[in-house]
Design a protein around this ligand. Sequence first.
Ligand code: ATP
Length: 369
Amino acid sequence: MAEVILKNICKSYSNGFNAVKDVNIDIQDKEFVVLVGPSGCGKSTTLRMIAGLEEISSGELYIGDKVVNEVDPKDRDIAMVFQNYALYPHLSVYDNMAFALKLRKLPKDEIDKKVKEAAKILDLEPLLDRKPKALSGGQRQRVALGRAIVRNPKVFLMDEPLSNLDAKLRTAMRTEITKLHKSLGTTFIYVTHDQVEAMTMADRIVVMKDGIVQQIATPQDVYDMPNNMFVAGFIGAPQMNFIEATLVEENGEIHAKNEVMNIALNKGECSALISKGYVGKEVVLGIRPEDIHIEDVFVENSLDSTFEATVELGELMGAEIYAYLKSGKSNITARFDGRYKMNIGDKLKLAMDKHRIHVFDKETQEAIR
Ligand code: ATP
């Protein structure tokens, strides 16, 4: 069993900087967990503490059922793959993969078997005699993965392993790593600042900001039910729109109003808003660009949540077009079908799918549910 549990983990660096603050994560055996967040949020520090490369200031780290705070990295039964691959330039692919096993003084035929098995999984068999400088970036990254696989660790730790690859290769390697996880049946903990990697690879995502965990949930739940405006804005591109409005009661319904909008909110949403005393207060509405519709394709949920906006720019992406719009004081982004024709200055009648509107507290920025 390779459950990894972080209990009240904190990290203060020697200069007094608190990089990780009271982090609690319960990673299941065989789970693929992605730590994601902007630069400096503490995700690498967290991973390095799990690896044993960074001392834990307080809290407890369990791997399996043992507290491992004081256990040496080499005895933690983990393998780490880094962004810069960290291959030995003077050794062949074979010897790079065999290195750790030779250090452990495994019998030669056992080393050979493990290296060849890993080379087969990673499609490296024809490259075993090459030196790293004669490999492409993607091949080097596969060797780095191979070096981790041969050690048969309980837990794989990966720190931005794809960030040195070009966009196309990154997408291909993303799929490779997901498949690898399925075939090895091992716990993976993966750090990235790229929300697309997090969304596509993770069983569960841990979103971090300023050393604090903001949300731990499946990709779908992080996208559909973000805990706060930070998570809502960080996950999803183009990012969620935020629109300031005041909540008022009209004919037994709750409406969100500002100088140009009067949006009837979904009834299911209203009871929390009423019971928590938000009627009469300013809030922030959140709506994703794909949940804004043009008049001729209004969905039923949007008939009483219409508003007008002026086109400031259209960005054709191929299958879809991103429309950058202005409505009153709010800048709004919408995603329409790429065949929709619009011109700068056009006034559009739009509507929000009200089942997809999020309401946030303006002060705390927390979602109101
Ligand atoms: P990135 O994506 O840029 O690597 P990150 O989320 O992985 O960012 P960390 O590397 O964990 O962030 O760093 C978290 C914070 O701790 C940063 O503000 C960083 O400047 C600080 N930090 C990292 N290492 C040290 C150190 N040795 N001494 C002091 N502060 C440090």
